[in-house]
Design a protein around this ligand. Structure first.
Ligand SMILES: *Cc1c(COP(=O)(O)O)cnc(C)c1O
Length: 365
């Protein structure tokens, strides 16, 4: 049986052509050309003022939080169900991630729990649009505004997602993206920092250049200790090709989700929601089996594996990991992950491929 991957990128001749051009010609005075082009294309797609290409989303988040002045003893609120990359940069700065529960339908931050978790040390709220699902940004921004706390977005999984007319990542104080090989737009490894805030942009620009301010004319003269999280021109060349195809890449994600959703209708499970006023980029189609239905996640994954299908478990609550304190009071998070998994999704996935996945799931009920 043909292997069905969990996910993989869509790389065409266009990506290969740009990468070849970058490796052959993208040096000397042209060494930033594809980086600037990629940033410009991304800004245009997202409709934001500023974008800085980075080596990863983790790096972009690290610099963004540093630019907000977050440091030792500070607290940053984020959802318990998450990938570690959203939480790790908080700890790099000596601050503490505060994991709060998620909503049962969006699997994203519960604004009521966010409000309860705010203390005098809270310095930011990170809204992670999990698997493409939009956070309740209106509620989060209102809470943030009331308490003077910036709301930032980790939109690594939300290319193609739109909330009340704005693209995910363009709504908060800043947004971060990932172009890891598993993401909707890829450069192999890579990320992007975006913001509409001029002051935040200038700070991150300086931080991203090893602390050398834009106006500093003295060579090799950093004014502060910064970071080195730059993207290479080579990776940016691939990114430029991906941005020319971004609508097509998003459409494929949506086609795949729609197929699974239509095939699994009527079964006792929930999938990624797309509430009124939002568009879901459906980075990762996920199923959550209804509570009370007998379900053995490992057995279904084993059935996938037997048919050469690569399924993936839902993210764990981060508070379950050994380096953090347990938070079983986050009952939604602790109840979700055992009943949930991600289905394969990539550009080249055919209806026949998906039918194999669907049959395994149906066979389970
Ligand atoms: C993939 C991902 C990241 C990490 O991105 P890197 O580019 O690997 O640093 C961060 N946050 C979320 C929500 C992700 O899914």
């Amino acid at each position: 049986m043909k292997k069905i991957f969990y996910t993989k990128p869509s790389i065409t001749d266009l990506e290969a052509r740009y990468a070849m051009d970058a490796v052959q010609h993208g040096w000397g005075e042209k060494c930033y050309e594809y980086i600037y082009k990629f940033e410009a294309a991304f800004k245009q797609h997202l409709n934001v003022k500023h974008a800085i290409a980075t080596s990863s989303c983790t790096g972009a988040m690290h610099m963004g939080l540093a630019a907000l002045g977050i440091g030792a003893g500070d607290e940053v609120i984020l959802a318990d169900i998450n990938w570690i990359a959203s939480a790790a940069p908080i700890t790099y700065l000596g601050a503490r991630p505060v994991f709060v529960d998620v909503l049962p339908d969006t699997w994203c931050l519960d604004p009521v729990q966010v409000q309860k978790a705010i203390t005098s040390r809270t310095k930011a709220i990170i809204a992670v649009h999990l698997y493409g699902n939009s956070c309740d940004m209106d509620a989060l921004l209102m809470i943030g505004a009331k308490r003077g706390i910036p709301v930032v977005e980790d939109a690594a999984e939300a290319i193609g997602s739109v909330y009340h007319g704005k693209r995910a990542g363009s709504i908060g104080t800043f947004g971060t993206f990932s172009f890891h090989g598993t993401k909707t737009v890829t450069t192999g490894e890579g990320g992007m920092f975006v913001t509409n805030d001029d002051a935040v942009y200038e700070k991150v620009l300086t931080l991203s250049n090893h602390g050398r301010a834009r106006g500093q004319m003295k060579q090799f003269w950093p004014d502060m200790v910064g970071f080195k999280y730059k993207m290479s021109n080579l990776q940016a060349a691939i990114g430029c090709a991906q941005m020319e195809r971004v609508d097509e890449l998003i459409a494929a994600k949506r086609r795949i989700f729609a197929y699974y959703a239509s095939q699994l209708k009527g079964f006792p499970l929930a999938m990624n929601p797309e509430p009124e006023g939002t568009v879901n980029g459906f980075w990762m189609p996920s199923i959550v089996i209804n509570e009370g239905v007998r379900f053995d996640r490992e057995a279904l994954l084993a059935a996938f594996k037997a048919d050469n299908i690569d399924g993936r478990v839902f993210f764990w609550p981060l508070s379950l990991l050994p380096m953090f304190d347990k938070k079983p009071a986050n009952v939604v998070s602790y109840g979700l992950y055992q009943r949930a998994l991600n289905l394969p999704t990539y550009y080249d996935l055919s209806d026949e491929d998906m039918q194999r996945v669907v049959l395994k799931i149906k066979g389970f009920f």
